[in-house]
Write a protein that binds this ligand. Structure first.
Ligand SMILES: [Ca+2]
Ligand SMILES: [Ca+2]
Length: 357
Protein backbone atom coordinates (compact mmCIF):
# COMPACT_ATOMS: atom_id res chain seq x y z
CA UNK A 1 0.00 0.00 0.00
CA UNK A 2 2.85 2.31 0.77
CA UNK A 3 4.41 1.73 -2.67
CA UNK A 4 1.02 2.36 -4.39
CA UNK A 5 0.69 5.63 -2.54
CA UNK A 6 4.17 6.49 -3.66
CA UNK A 7 3.32 5.46 -7.26
CA UNK A 8 0.18 7.64 -7.29
CA UNK A 9 2.00 10.48 -5.67
CA UNK A 10 4.89 10.34 -8.09
CA UNK A 11 3.33 9.79 -11.52
CA UNK A 12 -0.22 11.22 -11.58
CA UNK A 13 -0.52 14.53 -13.30
CA UNK A 14 -2.84 16.45 -15.53
CA UNK A 15 -1.31 17.86 -18.64
CA UNK A 16 -2.66 20.44 -20.92
CA UNK A 17 -1.15 20.41 -24.36
CA UNK A 18 -2.52 22.54 -27.17
CA UNK A 19 -5.78 23.06 -25.27
CA UNK A 20 -6.50 19.28 -24.76
CA UNK A 21 -6.66 17.87 -21.25
CA UNK A 22 -4.89 14.59 -20.47
CA UNK A 23 -4.81 12.38 -17.44
CA UNK A 24 -1.62 10.43 -17.42
CA UNK A 25 -0.25 7.83 -15.03
CA UNK A 26 3.39 7.21 -15.52
CA UNK A 27 5.48 4.45 -14.19
CA UNK A 28 9.03 3.98 -15.34
CA UNK A 29 8.13 1.30 -17.88
CA UNK A 30 4.34 1.76 -18.57
CA UNK A 31 2.22 4.77 -19.39
CA UNK A 32 -1.57 4.92 -19.00
CA UNK A 33 -3.16 8.04 -20.37
CA UNK A 34 -6.78 9.15 -20.63
CA UNK A 35 -7.92 11.91 -22.89
CA UNK A 36 -10.99 13.88 -21.86
CA UNK A 37 -13.76 12.78 -24.23
CA UNK A 38 -11.27 10.52 -26.01
CA UNK A 39 -9.26 7.34 -25.71
CA UNK A 40 -7.63 5.49 -22.87
CA UNK A 41 -4.19 4.31 -23.86
CA UNK A 42 -1.78 1.95 -22.19
CA UNK A 43 1.61 2.07 -23.73
CA UNK A 44 4.33 -0.47 -23.31
CA UNK A 45 7.19 -1.66 -25.42
CA UNK A 46 10.81 -2.67 -25.58
CA UNK A 47 11.88 0.69 -24.44
CA UNK A 48 9.48 1.00 -21.56
CA UNK A 49 8.30 -2.52 -20.57
CA UNK A 50 5.41 -5.03 -20.88
CA UNK A 51 1.68 -5.10 -19.95
CA UNK A 52 0.22 -8.17 -18.19
CA UNK A 53 -3.48 -8.98 -17.82
CA UNK A 54 -3.66 -11.92 -15.43
CA UNK A 55 -6.60 -13.99 -14.23
CA UNK A 56 -6.65 -16.46 -11.41
CA UNK A 57 -6.98 -20.17 -12.32
CA UNK A 58 -10.70 -20.03 -13.07
CA UNK A 59 -10.98 -16.34 -13.61
CA UNK A 60 -12.13 -14.48 -16.67
CA UNK A 61 -11.08 -11.37 -18.51
CA UNK A 62 -13.97 -9.95 -20.53
CA UNK A 63 -13.77 -7.60 -23.46
CA UNK A 64 -17.18 -6.55 -24.75
CA UNK A 65 -18.73 -9.57 -23.04
CA UNK A 66 -16.29 -12.10 -24.47
CA UNK A 67 -14.14 -14.04 -22.06
CA UNK A 68 -10.67 -13.59 -23.45
CA UNK A 69 -9.43 -16.58 -21.44
CA UNK A 70 -11.65 -18.89 -23.51
CA UNK A 71 -10.49 -17.27 -26.73
CA UNK A 72 -6.91 -17.80 -25.68
CA UNK A 73 -7.66 -21.45 -24.77
CA UNK A 74 -9.16 -21.99 -28.23
CA UNK A 75 -6.18 -20.35 -29.91
CA UNK A 76 -3.77 -22.52 -27.96
CA UNK A 77 -5.73 -25.77 -28.44
CA UNK A 78 -3.82 -28.27 -30.56
CA UNK A 79 -5.61 -30.50 -33.11
CA UNK A 80 -6.15 -34.20 -32.36
CA UNK A 81 -3.41 -36.64 -33.29
CA UNK A 82 -4.32 -39.90 -35.00
CA UNK A 83 -3.10 -43.05 -33.33
CA UNK A 84 -0.56 -44.96 -35.31
CA UNK A 85 -2.58 -47.12 -37.70
CA UNK A 86 -1.34 -49.90 -39.90
CA UNK A 87 0.53 -48.97 -43.04
CA UNK A 88 -1.38 -46.73 -45.48
CA UNK A 89 -4.38 -46.68 -43.13
CA UNK A 90 -5.44 -50.19 -44.12
CA UNK A 91 -8.18 -51.50 -41.87
CA UNK A 92 -8.00 -54.98 -43.32
CA UNK A 93 -9.42 -57.31 -45.96
CA UNK A 94 -12.75 -59.01 -45.36
CA UNK A 95 -14.71 -61.74 -47.07
CA UNK A 96 -18.28 -60.86 -48.11
CA UNK A 97 -20.77 -61.22 -45.27
CA UNK A 98 -18.18 -60.70 -42.53
CA UNK A 99 -19.35 -58.90 -39.41
CA UNK A 100 -16.72 -56.22 -38.70
CA UNK A 101 -16.03 -53.95 -35.75
CA UNK A 102 -12.95 -51.75 -36.20
CA UNK A 103 -12.02 -48.76 -34.09
CA UNK A 104 -10.14 -45.75 -35.42
CA UNK A 105 -8.66 -43.56 -32.70
CA UNK A 106 -7.28 -40.07 -32.33
CA UNK A 107 -6.17 -38.32 -29.14
CA UNK A 108 -6.54 -34.68 -28.27
CA UNK A 109 -3.34 -33.24 -26.73
CA UNK A 110 -5.50 -31.36 -24.24
CA UNK A 111 -7.44 -34.51 -23.40
CA UNK A 112 -10.74 -33.14 -24.69
CA UNK A 113 -13.44 -35.35 -26.29
CA UNK A 114 -13.27 -36.03 -30.02
CA UNK A 115 -15.97 -36.47 -32.67
CA UNK A 116 -15.39 -38.49 -35.82
CA UNK A 117 -16.99 -37.97 -39.21
CA UNK A 118 -16.41 -39.13 -42.75
CA UNK A 119 -15.25 -36.26 -44.93
CA UNK A 120 -14.42 -38.06 -48.16
CA UNK A 121 -14.82 -41.36 -50.00
CA UNK A 122 -17.29 -44.11 -49.15
CA UNK A 123 -17.69 -46.84 -46.59
CA UNK A 124 -18.53 -50.33 -47.83
CA UNK A 125 -22.33 -50.60 -48.15
CA UNK A 126 -23.73 -51.89 -44.88
CA UNK A 127 -20.89 -50.42 -42.81
CA UNK A 128 -21.33 -47.31 -40.64
CA UNK A 129 -19.24 -45.06 -38.39
CA UNK A 130 -20.07 -44.33 -34.77
CA UNK A 131 -19.24 -40.61 -34.54
CA UNK A 132 -18.70 -40.67 -30.80
CA UNK A 133 -16.50 -43.75 -30.52
CA UNK A 134 -14.84 -44.03 -33.94
CA UNK A 135 -16.10 -47.58 -34.31
CA UNK A 136 -16.65 -48.73 -37.89
CA UNK A 137 -19.04 -51.66 -37.92
CA UNK A 138 -21.43 -53.64 -40.07
CA UNK A 139 -21.49 -56.56 -42.46
CA UNK A 140 -19.18 -56.34 -45.45
CA UNK A 141 -20.63 -56.63 -48.98
CA UNK A 142 -20.06 -59.71 -51.08
CA UNK A 143 -17.98 -58.12 -53.84
CA UNK A 144 -14.35 -57.54 -54.75
CA UNK A 145 -13.78 -53.87 -53.99
CA UNK A 146 -11.52 -51.29 -52.37
CA UNK A 147 -13.16 -48.65 -50.20
CA UNK A 148 -11.08 -45.57 -49.40
CA UNK A 149 -12.43 -42.89 -47.13
CA UNK A 150 -11.25 -39.95 -45.05
CA UNK A 151 -12.24 -39.50 -41.43
CA UNK A 152 -11.93 -36.21 -39.59
CA UNK A 153 -11.27 -36.13 -35.85
CA UNK A 154 -12.45 -32.83 -34.35
CA UNK A 155 -11.93 -31.60 -30.81
CA UNK A 156 -14.23 -29.33 -28.78
CA UNK A 157 -12.48 -26.26 -30.19
CA UNK A 158 -13.05 -27.23 -33.80
CA UNK A 159 -9.41 -28.17 -34.29
CA UNK A 160 -9.27 -31.20 -36.52
CA UNK A 161 -7.02 -33.74 -38.23
CA UNK A 162 -7.90 -35.96 -41.20
CA UNK A 163 -6.75 -39.48 -41.89
CA UNK A 164 -7.37 -41.73 -44.89
CA UNK A 165 -8.32 -45.37 -44.43
CA UNK A 166 -9.02 -48.30 -46.71
CA UNK A 167 -11.13 -51.45 -46.34
CA UNK A 168 -10.82 -54.24 -48.90
CA UNK A 169 -13.68 -56.65 -49.47
CA UNK A 170 -13.54 -59.97 -51.28
CA UNK A 171 -16.45 -61.76 -52.84
CA UNK A 172 -17.34 -64.93 -51.00
CA UNK A 173 -17.84 -68.05 -53.09
CA UNK A 174 -21.24 -69.27 -51.91
CA UNK A 175 -20.74 -72.42 -53.99
CA UNK A 176 -18.01 -73.68 -51.69
CA UNK A 177 -20.55 -75.39 -49.49
CA UNK A 178 -21.78 -77.35 -52.58
CA UNK A 179 -25.43 -76.37 -52.09
CA UNK A 180 -26.78 -77.85 -55.35
CA UNK A 181 -28.19 -81.36 -55.07
CA UNK A 182 -28.95 -84.08 -57.61
CA UNK A 183 -26.14 -83.16 -59.94
CA UNK A 184 -27.01 -79.48 -60.20
CA UNK A 185 -24.15 -77.09 -60.99
CA UNK A 186 -23.58 -74.04 -58.83
CA UNK A 187 -23.13 -70.47 -60.08
CA UNK A 188 -21.68 -68.03 -57.55
CA UNK A 189 -23.40 -64.65 -57.29
CA UNK A 190 -23.37 -61.51 -55.19
CA UNK A 191 -24.55 -62.51 -51.71
CA UNK A 192 -26.05 -65.59 -53.28
CA UNK A 193 -25.70 -68.49 -55.69
CA UNK A 194 -27.94 -70.25 -58.15
CA UNK A 195 -28.15 -73.87 -59.22
CA UNK A 196 -28.48 -75.04 -62.77
CA UNK A 197 -30.51 -78.21 -62.32
CA UNK A 198 -30.84 -81.36 -64.42
CA UNK A 199 -34.22 -81.37 -66.19
CA UNK A 200 -35.98 -83.60 -63.70
CA UNK A 201 -35.03 -81.47 -60.70
CA UNK A 202 -35.90 -78.00 -59.53
CA UNK A 203 -36.01 -75.66 -56.58
CA UNK A 204 -33.30 -73.38 -55.24
CA UNK A 205 -30.94 -76.31 -54.61
CA UNK A 206 -32.29 -78.77 -57.24
CA UNK A 207 -33.69 -80.57 -54.22
CA UNK A 208 -37.13 -81.05 -55.77
CA UNK A 209 -37.92 -84.16 -57.81
CA UNK A 210 -40.35 -82.30 -60.09
CA UNK A 211 -42.44 -85.29 -61.23
CA UNK A 212 -43.16 -85.99 -57.57
CA UNK A 213 -43.38 -82.42 -56.30
CA UNK A 214 -47.08 -81.81 -55.72
CA UNK A 215 -48.08 -78.15 -56.02
CA UNK A 216 -50.71 -78.81 -53.36
CA UNK A 217 -54.20 -79.18 -54.84
CA UNK A 218 -54.53 -82.23 -52.59
CA UNK A 219 -56.78 -81.64 -49.56
CA UNK A 220 -53.88 -82.74 -47.40
CA UNK A 221 -51.73 -79.90 -48.73
CA UNK A 222 -54.10 -77.07 -49.76
CA UNK A 223 -51.32 -74.86 -51.18
CA UNK A 224 -53.61 -73.98 -54.07
CA UNK A 225 -56.50 -71.87 -52.69
CA UNK A 226 -60.10 -72.35 -53.86
CA UNK A 227 -59.88 -69.12 -55.87
CA UNK A 228 -57.25 -70.73 -58.13
CA UNK A 229 -59.60 -73.53 -59.12
CA UNK A 230 -62.22 -72.90 -61.80
CA UNK A 231 -64.38 -74.92 -64.17
CA UNK A 232 -66.58 -74.74 -67.21
CA UNK A 233 -69.91 -76.40 -66.43
CA UNK A 234 -70.15 -77.62 -62.84
CA UNK A 235 -72.70 -79.91 -61.26
CA UNK A 236 -74.53 -77.94 -58.58
CA UNK A 237 -73.10 -80.02 -55.73
CA UNK A 238 -69.58 -80.43 -57.09
CA UNK A 239 -68.02 -77.01 -57.69
CA UNK A 240 -64.51 -76.54 -59.05
CA UNK A 241 -62.90 -76.09 -55.63
CA UNK A 242 -64.03 -79.62 -54.71
CA UNK A 243 -61.79 -81.04 -57.44
CA UNK A 244 -58.91 -81.66 -55.04
CA UNK A 245 -57.24 -85.04 -54.84
CA UNK A 246 -58.85 -86.92 -51.93
CA UNK A 247 -61.61 -84.26 -51.77
CA UNK A 248 -65.23 -84.73 -52.82
CA UNK A 249 -64.60 -83.98 -56.50
CA UNK A 250 -65.64 -81.63 -59.28
CA UNK A 251 -68.34 -82.90 -61.63
CA UNK A 252 -69.14 -81.40 -65.04
CA UNK A 253 -72.62 -81.25 -66.40
CA UNK A 254 -71.76 -82.88 -69.66
CA UNK A 255 -68.70 -84.40 -71.23
CA UNK A 256 -68.33 -82.10 -74.20
CA UNK A 257 -66.90 -78.69 -73.30
CA UNK A 258 -66.58 -79.31 -69.57
CA UNK A 259 -63.24 -78.68 -67.97
CA UNK A 260 -61.54 -78.18 -64.62
CA UNK A 261 -58.69 -75.68 -64.40
CA UNK A 262 -55.93 -75.21 -61.84
CA UNK A 263 -54.01 -71.93 -61.59
CA UNK A 264 -50.57 -72.79 -60.20
CA UNK A 265 -50.03 -69.16 -59.17
CA UNK A 266 -46.96 -68.64 -61.37
CA UNK A 267 -45.41 -70.19 -64.44
CA UNK A 268 -43.80 -73.48 -63.43
CA UNK A 269 -42.07 -76.42 -65.02
CA UNK A 270 -44.96 -78.84 -65.21
CA UNK A 271 -44.18 -82.54 -65.15
CA UNK A 272 -47.16 -84.69 -64.17
CA UNK A 273 -50.74 -84.98 -62.87
CA UNK A 274 -52.75 -87.43 -60.82
CA UNK A 275 -56.48 -87.98 -61.37
CA UNK A 276 -59.12 -89.59 -59.21
CA UNK A 277 -62.90 -89.80 -59.84
CA UNK A 278 -65.42 -87.88 -57.75
CA UNK A 279 -66.64 -89.50 -54.53
CA UNK A 280 -69.91 -90.53 -56.16
CA UNK A 281 -69.43 -93.91 -57.80
CA UNK A 282 -71.14 -92.69 -60.98
CA UNK A 283 -68.92 -89.65 -61.58
CA UNK A 284 -65.49 -90.28 -62.96
CA UNK A 285 -63.54 -89.48 -66.08
CA UNK A 286 -62.21 -92.38 -68.09
CA UNK A 287 -60.25 -90.44 -70.73
CA UNK A 288 -59.27 -86.80 -70.95
CA UNK A 289 -57.00 -84.33 -72.68
CA UNK A 290 -55.09 -81.45 -71.12
CA UNK A 291 -54.47 -77.89 -72.19
CA UNK A 292 -52.08 -75.40 -70.64
CA UNK A 293 -51.29 -71.71 -70.70
CA UNK A 294 -48.85 -69.21 -69.27
CA UNK A 295 -51.24 -66.24 -69.37
CA UNK A 296 -54.69 -67.79 -68.89
CA UNK A 297 -55.85 -66.65 -72.34
CA UNK A 298 -53.87 -68.63 -74.86
CA UNK A 299 -54.18 -72.35 -74.25
CA UNK A 300 -52.68 -75.18 -76.20
CA UNK A 301 -53.24 -78.89 -75.95
CA UNK A 302 -50.64 -81.25 -74.58
CA UNK A 303 -49.46 -83.02 -77.71
CA UNK A 304 -47.11 -85.78 -78.75
CA UNK A 305 -44.02 -85.17 -80.84
CA UNK A 306 -46.13 -85.50 -84.01
CA UNK A 307 -48.36 -82.64 -82.79
CA UNK A 308 -51.34 -84.89 -82.07
CA UNK A 309 -53.36 -83.99 -78.99
CA UNK A 310 -52.69 -86.65 -76.40
CA UNK A 311 -55.58 -88.52 -74.82
CA UNK A 312 -54.83 -89.72 -71.31
CA UNK A 313 -56.42 -92.49 -69.32
CA UNK A 314 -58.30 -91.21 -66.31
CA UNK A 315 -59.96 -93.33 -63.63
CA UNK A 316 -61.17 -96.87 -64.10
CA UNK A 317 -63.31 -96.60 -60.99
CA UNK A 318 -64.43 -93.51 -59.09
CA UNK A 319 -61.81 -93.89 -56.36
CA UNK A 320 -58.75 -95.05 -58.25
CA UNK A 321 -55.85 -92.63 -58.71
CA UNK A 322 -53.98 -92.54 -61.98
CA UNK A 323 -50.73 -90.67 -62.27
CA UNK A 324 -49.63 -89.43 -65.70
CA UNK A 325 -46.16 -88.09 -66.42
CA UNK A 326 -45.95 -85.78 -69.43
CA UNK A 327 -43.75 -86.90 -72.36
CA UNK A 328 -41.67 -83.79 -71.67
CA UNK A 329 -42.01 -81.03 -69.06
CA UNK A 330 -43.97 -77.94 -70.14
CA UNK A 331 -44.02 -74.38 -68.91
CA UNK A 332 -47.44 -73.56 -67.55
CA UNK A 333 -49.28 -71.50 -65.01
CA UNK A 334 -52.77 -72.76 -65.93
CA UNK A 335 -53.47 -76.47 -66.33
CA UNK A 336 -56.85 -77.49 -67.75
CA UNK A 337 -58.31 -81.04 -67.53
CA UNK A 338 -60.80 -81.69 -70.35
CA UNK A 339 -62.91 -84.87 -70.04
CA UNK A 340 -63.43 -86.90 -73.24
CA UNK A 341 -65.24 -89.95 -71.92
CA UNK A 342 -66.85 -90.48 -68.55
CA UNK A 343 -69.03 -92.72 -66.45
CA UNK A 344 -72.37 -90.85 -66.32
CA UNK A 345 -71.02 -87.34 -65.70
CA UNK A 346 -67.32 -86.47 -65.79
CA UNK A 347 -66.02 -86.10 -62.29
CA UNK A 348 -62.46 -85.68 -61.06
CA UNK A 349 -60.16 -84.92 -58.19
CA UNK A 350 -56.66 -83.86 -59.24
CA UNK A 351 -53.13 -82.98 -58.22
CA UNK A 352 -50.45 -81.27 -60.35
CA UNK A 353 -46.71 -81.95 -60.07
CA UNK A 354 -44.33 -79.15 -61.02
CA UNK A 355 -41.24 -77.18 -59.98
CA UNK A 356 -41.11 -73.44 -59.49
CA UNK A 357 -38.98 -71.71 -62.07
CA1 LIG B 1 -7.26 -29.76 -28.79
CA1 LIG C 1 -20.56 -64.63 -54.01
Amino acid sequence: MASLMLFVAVVCQVLRIAGTAFFEVQYPSVVLSAEVGGNVTIRAGPDIGSIFLRSSTRGSIYIDGTDMMIVIEMLNSLPPIWSDMSEHGSLGTYLGGTSVSIKVTAQDPEGNPIRYEKVSGAFPPGVVLNKATGEISGVTPDIDAVYEFGIRATDNHGKHADQTFTILTREKNQCRTIPCKNGGSCIDDIDDYSCSCPTAYGGKNCQLDCANNAVGVDVGLMNIPDAQMSAHFSHADYAAWNGRLKGSGWVGEQVVNSWLQIDLGSVMDWFAVTMQGAVSSSYYTTTYTMAYSEDGDNFQDVKDTASNTLIFNGSTLFDTMTKTILPAPLQARYVRFIPRTAATNPGMRVEVFACPK
